[in-house]
Design a protein around this ligand. Structure first.
Ligand SMILES: [Zn+2]
Length: 260
């Protein structure tokens, strides 16, 4: 189950083929530690290992951990809402989550707090993790991950070159459509709702209640303006604004929108 539609023994990241690279391990598209069950057969063992290797911030975390340790907070929040009981403290490697006046506050843990550049570095690793998850799921769901048009994603996520923006859309209200076990086993959607706008150059996803937008290939200023205008128009009433994330606290990770 959960296999790709297309398996062609070429890695979507390094574009190398078997037997130059091997495909023995299961490359989970959404971290397994986050409940992800799908895996991509077109990710070689070397690239799979790269995303799981601690090579950020003095080797203290991997790309996959940056992704998981952020989203784990949203997941815990959903599970808590569902069961209507405390499921223990929110646990994340990077953040302490404290409740105050009914709102959750995220604080960077003391062990990281005083390190210059930590927030920016973590945000970059998180963004690369998001792009990783998007390309692997795009390939798993639509079978087009090898396309040359995605080279900018490969450069950023796999080779740590340049920088790509990630847009985050803040909801107006804490109303979510989710499957019964979606918090336990998160799913990445490209077209769940009409407000998700995608075209040749931009894509939007919904994941654990969050909506993100990304460029997926080279784009001009005119492309960007057209996309943003359309996206904001489709989201009228559902979302209040859109930010380009610079630090993780730009995202409503603890889902304070649920308090409204
Ligand atoms: Zn590879």
């Amino acid at each position: 189950m959960n296999n790709n539609k297309v398996i062609d023994n070429t890695c979507i990241w390094c574009l190398k083929k078997f037997p130059e690279v091997t495909f023995d391990k299961k490359a989970h598209t959404i971290p397994k530690s986050l409940g992800g069950q799908n895996y991509n057969r077109n990710v070689c063992d070397c690239c799979n290992e790269y995303f799981g290797t601690r090579n950020n911030h003095n080797n203290s975390y991997s790309i996959e951990e940056a992704l998981k340790e952020t989203f784990i907070i949203s997941r815990q929040r959903f599970l808590q809402e569902k069961t209507k009981r405390k499921i223990g403290r929110f646990k994340s490697k990077f953040f302490d989550v404290k409740q105050r006046n009914g709102k959750y506050r995220l604080n960077v843990k003391p062990s990281f707090r005083f390190t210059p550049g930590f927030q920016a570095e973590l945000c970059r690793a998180f963004k690369r993790g998001l792009y990783k998850m998007v390309l692997e799921e795009l390939d798993r769901q639509k079978g087009n991950g090898h396309s040359q048009k995605f080279d900018i994603i490969r450069d950023f996520a796999r080779y740590d070159k340049a920088d790509l923006p990630v847009f985050y859309f803040n909801r107006n209200a804490g109303i979510f459509i989710m499957f019964n076990r979606e918090a336990e086993t998160p799913i990445l959607f490209f077209d769940r709702m009409n407000y998700l706008v995608s075209n040749e150059k931009f894509i939007e996803i919904e994941f654990l209640g969050h909506v993100f937008g990304f460029p997926i290939t080279d784009f001009t200023k005119a492309d960007f303006t057209a996309y943003v205008n359309k996206s904001i128009q489709e989201k009228t009433g559902f979302f209040k604004d859109c930010v380009i994330i610079k630090k993780l606290t730009d995202i409503d990770i603890s889902l304070n929108v649920l308090n409204n």
